[in-house]
Ligand binder design. Structure first.
Ligand code: F3S
Length: 758
């Protein structure tokens, strides 16, 4: 077991007494989320914490002490470069690094893993050495995807963790508050200083009944995304409750929580139940199940909350599992939800490509034993009736533990016979690490992943990516045609005969237990002081960080120019693209060459083409930013709603800071990105009147007054237009006192580094 049992005993004994104290103070029943949050106001090891009081949801910033940290290799590089510059000898809480994002899917698992080990050797060695030195558990390439490995080894009911990946909420399937953050937040927790979060609002989702036919756990979140949209969960934690929760497996719950990131939720979680206990036991953590059983009444909402949910949650949504249909979401956004009974019509009406070019199962979202076992029952039916996949069919297992187990139990063999190509246990096509051959034209793919923004999977903006359950994906892989509802209509086998598929059935856990991954994990050194970590100054992959210079609030914020006024959706993928850029995640200057290259310039409708106001010529966004920086001209970015939605990647905040940006001014922000900008010393600001976005012209000059930055006080943007006229635009912000300290110091890290030297 890779978890410290003595530590866990301490966590559970604190949990009960902390909840009792909080309930007494609040004088009312508590939701499960509140129990976890209120029980993490102090470090698990003791020490001073945050004063207990009745926190205002959506209002009060609260200092929390999470139990653990997880980082994936793409974000860990920058997180650990920052941790190294904080001057702290060892991480304060259990932390792990997982090598999953840098493996490109092309040929097959073995070949692709060997290629990744060769191409990323420098980065893997850096991550392994830093981990050994600073007391961090290291999961090698091929061991699995961060969220699956966390669920299999570290997540526990009643716990709280942060992870440098937006799908960290996957651990909510084991009843944990698990939140996706940027690397600078991870540095806070690893340094033992409290981690700050605005106390979230609560959305209660009541599940009634039980799933029938082809419907699966994934369909619950696909349906909810359609109801709440990509912004609906912003600033909120989604807590599931009701009789339907117990009918879902632990990994099914994990899938739902994972994809809660797609509605912008801070995280999602389920109450503790016997399905979670079963999973803990099967993954070698019977002792933790026993500890959780002892406080089981505390690991769910109080009874009166369930009776009167409207009184205790800010919003309540009910989903009836008995009548839930399989859903297909997309293309291009995960909240465009269509039930399968209406999908063929939607495909035809919208002119989406009917023929499927690829079907993909796996990723951190949907690669559990249950997922694979259920799709295998469909594959077996198809094979016995002479049908195979009618398009490219890829499987990416979530972990070596799952892969080895489904190999032993025969599912992989069946799926291979049906035409599946099994890729490495890694993110692969889910993050655009898919060296796809062909299919450059308009085409449709269907995946069991979580995210389907334009060009996300294969880099091709013409690819229409649909998100569905693994069961739905395999159904469509067998039809090869998005207009055939295989749940009701016959499909055609390889001889041209009509056959019917029956709904899937499967085990959620292997009867014979999981096959252990004996080689994937490297324990850190007990005393890491002798381990040396070096960065080659010539490297194009890694670059030591120089601290950002503190701003001069009197002179740095006038004469600003507009770098880009972004139109429409501007996700972290638009701000700092993934795909081939992933390799520069440890080199700030090199990766800054992708700054905002995906954003659409509202003045010409084009990506990566903006007017340089000094030279008067059009150029690429990063080159223009570099030119302004070289000339000592500060700049701003203007954008629309939910700016920075998507992943937790802090490069989207580091890059504008590195290239001389001063402020990002938008109609609204996605939570993680807004915090990331603050941590790096940028000013994330929102238009008090969103329509003021329209007043911004390409050749304006701007001035801001951050000298007056104070909690709750608006800032003024003075806009000088080229025609001599001017506008004063009022801007809101969400800085509190502590965050203003980050801004004044130049970055949050500068503050940590200065206090660690004292
Ligand atoms: Fe990886 Fe995709 Fe999950 S990128 S961590 S598999 S969302």
């Amino acid at each position: 077991m890779v978890q410290d049992l003595e530590m866990m005993k301490k966590v559970y004994s604190n949990f009960k007494s902390n909840v009792d104290s909080a309930r007494k103070l609040l004088g009312r029943p508590m939701t499960y989320t509140e129990k976890i949050l209120y029980s993490h106001l102090k470090p698990a090891n003791g020490g001073q914490g945050t004063e207990l009081k009745n926190f205002g949801r959506g209002k009060d910033y609260v200092d929390f002490f999470p139990d653990r940290v997880a980082m994936q290799d793409a974000t860990a590089q920058m997180a650990l470069l920052q941790f190294m510059s904080a001057g702290i000898p060892k991480v304060a809480v259990p932390s792990t690094v997982h090598c999953d994002h840098l493996i490109q899917a092309e040929i097959n698992a073995e070949t692709d893993l060997a290629t990744a080990n060769r191409d990323n050797a420098e980065v893997y060695e850096f991550l392994a050495n830093v981990s050994r030195k600073y007391g961090i558990g290291f999961w090698k390439p091929g061991a699995g995807i961060i969220h699956q490995v966390v669920l299999e080894n570290y997540a526990f009911p009643g716990g709280m963790m942060i992870g440098t990946d937006s799908h960290t909420p996957n651990a909510g399937g084991l009843g944990m508050v698990a939140i996706g953050v940027g690397g600078a937040d991870a540095v806070d927790v690893m340094a033992g200083i409290p981690w700050e979060l605005k106390f979230p609002k609560l959305i209660g989702v009541k599940l009634t009944g039980s799933l029938k036919g082809w419907a699966s756990a994934k369909d619950i979140i696909l349906k909810l995304a359609g109801i709440l949209t990509v912004k609906g969960g912003t600033g909120a934690i989604v807590e599931y409750f009701g009789s339907g929760t117990a009918s879902l497996s632990c990994t099914g719950k994990g899938t739902i929580c994972n994809m809660g990131a797609e509605i912008g939720a801070t995280t999602s979680l389920f109450p503790y139940d016997s399905r979670m206990a079963d999973y803990l036991k099967k993954t070698d953590r019977a002792e933790i199940a026993k500890l959780a059983d002892e406080v089981a009444d505390y690991l769910k909402a109080d009874v009166d909350v369930e009776k009167n949910p409207e009184k205790f949650y800010d919003q309540v949504v009910t989903i009836d599992l008995d009548t839930l249909e399989p859903h297909i979401n997309g293309p291009f956004t995960p909240d465009l939800a269509t039930p399968i009974s209406e999908f063929a019509k939607a495909v035809k009406q919208n002119g989406w490509p009917e023929k499927l070019s690829a079907a993909l199962i796996g990723s951190c979202t949907n690669s559990s034993y249950e997922d694979i076992d259920r799709v295998t029952t469909v594959a077996k039916q198809a094979l016995s009736q002479g049908a195979k996949a009618k398009c490219e069919f890829l499987i990416t297992p979530g972990s070596e533990q799952v892969r080895a187990t489904i190999e032993r139990d025969g599912q992989l063999g069946v799926l291979s016979q049906m035409g599946a190509n099994v890729m490495a246990n890694a993110c692969g096509p889910c993050i655009g690490q898919w060296k796809r051959h062909g299919a450059l034209e308009k085409n449709s793919i269907i995946t069991s992943f979580n995210r389907n923004f334009t060009a996300r999977n294969d880099g091709n903006p013409k690819t229409h990516a649909f998100v569905a359950s693994p069961e739905t994906v395999i159904g469509f892989a067998l039809t090869g045609d998005l207009t055939v509802d295989f749940t009701k209509e016959p499909i055609t086998n390889d001889k041209g005969e009509k056959i019917m598929l029956q709904p899937p059935k499967g085990l959620d856990l292997p009867d014979k237990g999981f096959v252990k991954d004996e080689h994937g994990y490297v324990e850190p050194e007990k005393d890491g002081s002798k381990v040396s970590v070096s960065i080659n100054p010539q490297s194009d992959r890694l670059q030591a960080l120089n601290p950002f210079i503190a701003p001069n609030v009197n002179s740095d914020f006038s004469g600003l120019r507009l770098l880009i006024k972004a139109k429409g959706k501007c996700t972290t993928d638009h701000i700092s693209m993934a795909g081939s850029w992933l390799k520069f995640r440890g080199h700030l200057d090199n990766i800054s060459n992708n700054l905002l290259i995906g954003a659409i310039n509202s003045f010409n409708g084009e990506a990566n083409k903006v007017k340089n106001q000094v030279s008067g010529t059009h150029g690429a966004v990063p080159a223009t930013a570099r030119d302004y920086k070289a000339k000592g001209i500060g700049w701003i970015v203007v954008g629309e709603e939910n700016y920075g939605e998507g992943s937790s990647r802090e490069h989207a905040a580091l890059e504008p800071r590195h290239l001389g940006g001063k402020a990002i001014i938008v109609k609204s922000f996605a939570r993680i990105h807004e915090t990331n900008l603050k941590k790096q010393g940028m000013l994330p600001l929102t238009f008090a009147t969103p329509a003021d976005y329209d007043k911004i012209r390409e050749d304006d000059t701007f001035a801001l007054n951050p000298k007056d930055l104070a909690p709750g006080k608006q800032l003024t943007l003075t806009v000088k237009h080229a025609d001599g006229k001017s506008d004063e635009i009022m801007l809101n912000h969400t800085f509190n006192e502590q965050q203003i300290g980050w801004f004044k110091a130049g970055s949050a890290l500068n503050l940590i580094a200065s206090s660690s030297k004292k």
